[in-house]
Design a binder for this molecule. Structure first.
Ligand SMILES: Cc1cc2nc3c(=O)[nH]c(=O)nc-3n(C[C@H](O)[C@H](O)[C@H](O)COP(=O)(O)OP(=O)(O)OC[C@H]3O[C@@H](n4cnc5c(N)ncnc54)[C@H](O)[C@@H]3O)c2cc1C
Length: 469
């Protein structure tokens, strides 16, 4: 009799690790794949090589959680299969295509836990493609994983809790932080009072970051508008409007971001139903409280299914694994499942408050200058998108892609889909949910063409032209 295939966990961040742990506790041996070389995901990302920094240096107040999570993964050794540097680039016919060690492997699975996390959410501003401009997450990856900084005098701009965290981390690393430019008005921060009974620690930590930045002389400006990055060939400064006045600062690096967006492409390729989520202002794969997707045997956990943070990701990963065990008729702890769901509901309320304190400045989309590039892979400007929408009477994002090539490049819309949808909605006067979402296409991230053709069978591989001499 054939043994059932392994469950497959995509992502070895907080959600994926806790999912794998619970599957092992339930008697299964999952395969865990992650394109990163080491476990930890985004928040608990490990440095590329030892560099003298302590865990406290890297993760600050979250060092204990990082150590526990890394240790939990190490403890699974021998009871899971782990493929690091393995990119799951397609899901089809109930199988996964995984690029690993220079080849693509087709893997059967029985139970799929998608714990794919998030990336930065951006709305383009003039100068955002200049060398020296990084997303907030990118600026943090440089510091955390590579031990390098994006400049020697840096401005952090945008919105969201990550804005203050990354600015603080750069200041601690000895970088001159010239300013923090927050799109959220100061009045929005009053919402944080409502977060105190839900998680006082997280609010106090944020306030400490802001206080320490101010104490070190870092200017924190609220309600900034009209951000513009200036420079010839690379960043030389940043300009903005504040209370009707133009302001300007010199700097050689900019970290910019407006919160996070979920990585949902694999859920799309798996055939999951999507629903518009007002809070995230995004289309998200539908799931029940346990993490079950609309497709049987597919489970969604962590930021990849809706932004909720690392603590929620750990709990959602474990809860999704318990659902998988239950669906397989295996034993699972019902009381634990109920406790996890209660915790997730509390964190979700906290998340709503944070979203109100750091609202996404959707109104910026209408003001994006015509000449600003929206899709940097295909070099599509805001003007092209607006012209296409008007000329061809387009009100849907996939049609816009077909006509303008926006979202058709290497990133497959991971960076530009938010902005394109917002610009299209603003240009056509439609609500954002009415313009739809970009359908995911494989490969979800770039892989060598030969690898993709080989995965499609020997005939496709044979059709690859020989490289010109
Ligand atoms: C750049 C960045 C930095 C952040 N820093 C912080 C921070 O300092 N503090 C904080 O509180 N929150 C931070 N966040 C938010 C935080 O990352 C999340 O709340 C938390 O990590 C979510 O955990 P997760 O397990 O859902 O996803 P993640 O931690 O993002 O883990 C997802 C994992 O899936 C892997 N993956 C995704 N797609 C594929 C694929 N197709 N094939 C193979 N592997 C795949 C990724 O490599 C990643 O390791 C950050 C987010 C980003 C994007």
């Amino acid at each position: 009799m054939n043994a059932r295939p392994q469950p497959l966990v995509v992502g070895a961040g907080p959600a994926g690790i806790r999912a794998a742990e619970a599957l092992v506790a339930g008697g299964l041996r999952p395969l865990v794949v992650d394109e990163a070389p080491a476990c930890g995901g985004q928040i608990y990302r490990q440095r590329l090589m030892p560099d003298g920094r302590s865990t406290k240096d890297l993760y600050g107040s979250e060092a204990g959680k990082a150590e526990r999570l890394h240790a939990a993964f190490v403890a699974l050794e021998g009871r899971i299969d782990h493929w690091p540097q393995a990119l799951l680039w397609n899901l089809r016919d109930g199988m996964a295509d995984i690029a690993v060690a220079g080849a693509s492997r087709r893997v059967a699975y029985d139970g799929l836990v998608l714990a794919t996390g998030a990336t930065d959410r951006v709305l383009p501003i003039p100068g955002w493609t200049l060398p020296g401009v990084f997303t907030l997450g990118g600026a943090q990856v440089a510091l955390k994983a590579q031990g390098c900084t994006i400049g020697s005098r840096v401005v952090f701009a945008g919105s969201g809790p990550l804005l203050y965290l990354v600015a603080w981390q750069y200041m601690k690393a000895g970088v001159e932080v010239a300013a923090v430019l927050d799109a959220a008005p100061a009045s929005a921060k009053l919402h944080l009072l409502k977060a105190l009974p839900l998680d006082a620690g997280i609010v106090l930590r944020g306030l400490r970051f802001a206080a320490e930045l101010r104490l070190r002389g870092v200017a924190i400006r609220n309600g900034v508008e009209g951000l513009r990055i200036e420079g010839e060939g690379r960043v030389a400064g940043i300009a903005w409007r504040e209370g009707g006045r133009e302001r300007r600062l010199a700097c050689d690096g900019v970290g910019y971001g407006l919160g996070l967006r979920s990585e949902t492409q694999l859920a799309d390729l798996a055939g999951c139903t999507f629903r518009f989520n007002e809070r995230d202002r995004a289309w998200l794969p539908q799931r029940d409280a346990a993490g079950r997707a609309s497709v049987a045997g597919v489970y969604l956990a962590g930021d990849g299914a809706g932004i909720a943070g690392a603590d929620a990701a750990e709990r959602a990963g474990e809860r999704a694994a318990l659902a998988l065990l239950e669906d397989r008729g295996l034993g699972f702890d019902r009381a634990r499942a109920a406790a996890l769901e209660a915790e997730l509901a509390r964190i979700s309320r906290l998340r709503s408050v944070l979203e109100a304190a750091f609202p996404f400045p959707a109104h910026w989309a209408a003001g994006i200058d015509d000449a600003t590039v929206l899709c940097r892979c295909e070099e599509v400007t805001a003007r092209t998108v607006r012209d296409a929408a008007g000329r061809f009477d387009i009100g849907e994002i996939n049609r816009l892609k077909a006509v303008s090539r926006v979202g058709m490049g290497r990133c497959q819309g991971r960076i530009c889909a938010t902005a394109s949808a917002e610009v299209l909605a603003a240009a056509t006067g439609r609500p954002i949910d009415a313009v739809g979402r970009l359908r995911a296409q494989a490969p979800v991230k770039p892989i060598p063409l030969a690898m993709q053709l080989a995965a499609n069978g020997p005939e496709a591989a044979a059709s690859l032209p020989e490289a010109a001499e």
